[in-house]
Design a protein around this ligand. Structure first.
Ligand SMILES: [Zn+2]
Length: 337
């Protein structure tokens, strides 16, 4: 009799815990919700981060914030290292990239790299060293870098959160927040030198997702899009998942080729190291009025557009995550005669 009672009590407790677990799962916040993205951008672009100049205490705090977010989303350490990967540059800079991983199931040895740089150009003094001729008319001395590139990091963390819960991921997905980008792609170069890049089958770098450019369509574009079939893969995968006309050809070809964004962002060291499908997805025009000014503030960002773009990107990257598509060099078209 007692044994039966214990069994019944045990079952009741088990059922209660099962109910509360599923209730908790339902309540888990949507990583792509505009408010979730806003919260990340708000933390990273706050004045207390002092513009996240590489190697400063503030940039280090930003790195720790990103690492904590990776941990709370359930991501793992990448190849048993700590989350913060320090490197030293010959110019004296000592700073950390942040790495975390969602291990692949059946194709763990094939890696998809998703990245965004978290550093920015600091305060008036440091910014002047790279913004030649820039003078601030106002009192604001802090370059908050809300769009460049707190928005990209917000995207990175949202994608990481979604991937950590995804049970269909077959390839290993590496999430990297790079530093030293504004000093000349130093963090991504250090990473490309230290990783086994032959395993990287695609690299998607996120830049300035918060202020849509004003060219027709206004949608995110892919730098150097003609160099690989990544753009085609993303749009085809998205179209297969969502047949609505609203997402047709959602990701656009490089809208600003003359500005050479392909060579100016963290995809480039990986491309140089031999990763064919290494591109940057960017939302903003390179001649954006707030670019590298103290006015790159959170109020100028369009979180609804960011939310749509990131949700679509997650869906579009599905074929890469599942291992059913790999970007290659596009076949040369035969010359017509
Ligand atoms: Zn940037």
């Amino acid at each position: 009799m007692r044994a039966l009672l214990r069994f019944v009590l045990h079952m009741v407790c088990w059922m209660q815990s099962a109910v509360s677990t599923s209730a908790w799962a339902q309540k888990e916040p949507d990583p792509f919700h505009p408010d979730s993205l806003r919260a990340t951008v708000s933390a990273l672009s706050h004045d207390s981060m002092a513009g996240r100049w590489s190697g400063t205490q503030e940039a280090h705090r930003a790195a720790q914030y990103i690492a904590k977010r990776f941990v709370s989303a359930g991501l793992r350490r990448f190849i048993n290292q700590r989350f913060l990967w320090y490197f030293e540059h010959t110019n004296g800079l000592r700073a950390a990239n942040v790495f975390a991983v969602v291990p692949g199931r059946s194709k763990a040895g094939e890696w998809i790299l998703i990245s965004a740089h978290y550093d920015h150009i600091g305060t008036l003094e440091t910014a002047a060293s790279i913004n030649a001729g820039f003078s601030s008319g106002g009192k604001d001395k802090i370059f908050n870098g809300a769009n460049d590139n707190a928005s990209g990091v917000a995207g990175l963390l949202a994608l990481a959160q979604a991937a950590a819960r995804d049970t269909t991921i077959e390839r290993t997905v590496i999430f990297a927040a790079f530093t030293g980008e504004e000093l000349g792609l130093l963090g991504s170069r250090a990473a490309a030198d230290s990783l086994d890049v032959r395993r990287i089958v695609a690299h998607i770098n996120l830049e300035m997702l918060g202020r849509p450019h004003t060219l027709p369509g206004g949608r995110p574009f892919i730098s150097g899009s003609s160099r690989s079939t990544l753009l085609q893969i993303l749009n085809e995968t998205l179209a297969a998942a969502d047949t609505s006309a609203a997402v047709r050809d959602f990701f656009q070809k490089d809208r600003f080729e003359q500005d050479q964004i392909f060579y100016r962002s963290d995809n480039y060291p990986f491309y140089q190291a031999g990763v064919v499908g290494a591109h940057t997805i960017c939302g903003t025009s390179p001649v954006d009025v707030f670019y590298h000014t103290p006015d790159d503030e959170i109020e100028t960002l369009d979180f609804e557009a960011m939310s749509v773009g990131l949700r679509n990107l997650y869906s579009a990257a599905g074929a890469l995550f599942r291992g059913t598509a790999t970007p290659i060099k596009p076949p040369r078209r035969r010359a017509r005669n």
